[in-house]
Design a protein around this ligand. Structure first.
Ligand code: URP
Ligand code: ZN
Ligand code: ZN
Length: 463
């Protein structure tokens, strides 16, 4: 017996059609205007869209950071992701200086196995470069199923690496068919500005943003692009927040370079004024790069619409206000950086993007699923609705309205940066490889049902 998803409007990155979908085992086996349902279980989708399950290319689950550990692990984080319509996450395995990349990946397998409720893959961070790490890169791509290497140009004295490390990583990745990801902010300049601000007694959350200006992001983005150009490597710029960075990416793409930019929901709907909330509330919005003046949101939206930004990640990195964000009550530089966003990634882009006429439905699917699967070598197993693809499907009710709140979300954290936002459109039913894991507000999955997905080589055929 299979399952027929009946009467929905199936939306991919390129097409929209009224169709039924037959699932047998874990994959889609037919898509047709009408499918005979006899002998099959039926899931009604009339009045709803059927999207491919979301692929979130940027999450930090169970990650030690800022003197603490993220509030969501692979169990709670993936349950919340599923409620939001995401069926695959790609998480960052952190690499410590002196360690092997293989060991970093092994550690992350230990965090995810037995806990993840949806499928998952890994990027691996490069924390320092030496002969051993250089030689490991091709082997990691071939044998570990990890094909993306993350380099931080910020977080001085912690995750930050120098240009040589970025350049060597780019060269090795290019030879191995892998993709380098960069957190592009100038960490040295930021470090000076932070020390100066603190010396002047500026300790409030808004100084986090004032010491990380958009120019520092623009400079690092331009530098990383130039180094990628010299190395002959593709480059993926994570969490683009500002005009300076978006324009650098756009210019590079106009020169024909394979540069891919990602942005995140928080940079579209939150802004600098959130740091000026009364008391210590602004700490909830402390993330890097920081929230910008609203003008930058216009640039991000037009870049998402016209294809200059091609990916949409959550940058999920949740910390409780009580006990975690509070670590920086007297010093903004000690506030753990990050916010809970995994659950609302798709709803925010749908509501403010599709409902408000900024992007098409097909672009929504490209950004939340298809392009992310393509860039990290998961396509067409993930990222589309097609015969032979995994039956990771989201039945999306476009009419349901709700108010986002920490009181009702499924993330294991006491705050939401989207608190009080009213959005229309929600995942009603979510299937992971043919099994219903979310339906009507109930969770039917279980820890351990998420499987590790091996990433193939980077595909530049994004939309
Ligand atoms: O503030 C953030 N974004 N925290 C997560 C780590 C990173 O830089 O992506
Ligand atoms: Zn980052
Ligand atoms: Zn991140």
């Amino acid at each position: 017996m299979g399952t027929v998803i009946r009467g929905g409007t199936v939306v991919t990155a390129t097409d929209t059609q009224e169709a039924d979908i037959l699932i047998e085992g874990e994959v889609v086996t037919a898509i047709a205007r009408r499918i005979d349902t006899s002998g099959h279980q039926v899931v009604e989708a009339a009045g709803c869209y059927v999207f491919p399950g979301g692929v979130d290319p940027h999450t930090h689950l169970d990650m030690p950071f800022g003197g603490t550990v993220t509030a969501d692990d692979f169990r709670t984080g993936t349950v919340a992701a599923a409620f939001g319509g995401t069926t695959t996450v790609i998480d960052f395995a952190l690499h410590s200086k002196g360690d092997t990349l293989q060991n970093a990946i092994r550690t992350w397998h230990g965090k995810a196995e037995g806990k993840a409720t949806i499928d998952y893959a890994f990027h691996v961070m490069v924390g320092d470069m030496n002969e051993q790490v250089r030689n490991e890169i091709p082997r990691i791509v071939e044998e570990e199923g990890v094909s993306s290497f993350k380099v931080f140009l910020a977080y001085k004295n912690n995750l930050q690496v120098d240009d040589e490390t970025l350049f060597q990583t780019l060269r090795m990745a290019a030879q191995s068919g892998a993709l380098v990801q960069v957190h592009a902010e100038n960490g040295d300049v930021i470090d000076v500005l932070v020390r100066e601000a603190l010396a002047q007694g500026h300790v409030e959350p808004k100084y986090h943003a004032l010491t990380r200006p958009p120019e520092a992001e623009g400079e690092a983005t331009e530098r990383a692009i130039r180094l990628a150009e010299i190395a002959g490597a593709p480059l993926y710029v994570v969490h683009v927040t500002c005009a300076q960075a978006a324009e650098a990416i756009s210019d590079a793409r106009k020169r024909g370079l394979p540069i891919f930019g990602e942005t995140c929901p928080q940079y579209l709907v939150c802004d600098f004024s959130d740091y000026e909330r009364p008391g210590f509330e602004g700490a909830k919005y402390v993330m890097s790069p920081p929230l910008r003046e609203p003008f930058h949101q216009k640039v991000l939206w037009s870049s998402l619409r016209n294809g200059e930004l091609v990916a949409f990640g959550s940058d999920q990195c949740s910390f409780n206000f009580q006990g975690q964000k509070e670590l920086g009550r007297n010093d903004f530089s000690k506030i753990p950086n990050g916010a809970p966003t995994i659950e609302d990634r798709m709803a925010i882009l749908y509501h403010y993007g599709v409902n408000e006429g900024r992007i098409s439905l097909n672009r929504f699917v490209a950004l939340t699923s298809t392009n992310n699967a393509k860039l990290f070598g998961l396509f067409p197993r993930k990222g589309t609705v097609a015969v032979g693809s995994d039956a990771d499907l989201v039945i999306w009710d476009p009419d349901v309205e709700r108010t986002i709140s920490a009181a009702t979300h499924h993330m294991n954290v006491d705050n939401s940066i989207f608190e009080g936002m009213r959005v229309r459109g929600q995942a009603r039913t979510v299937l992971l490889r043919g099994q219903v894991i979310v339906d009507g507000g109930q969770f039917y999955g279980h820890p351990g049902m998420g499987r590790f997905q091996r990433c193939g080589r980077v595909s530049a055929t994004v939309l």
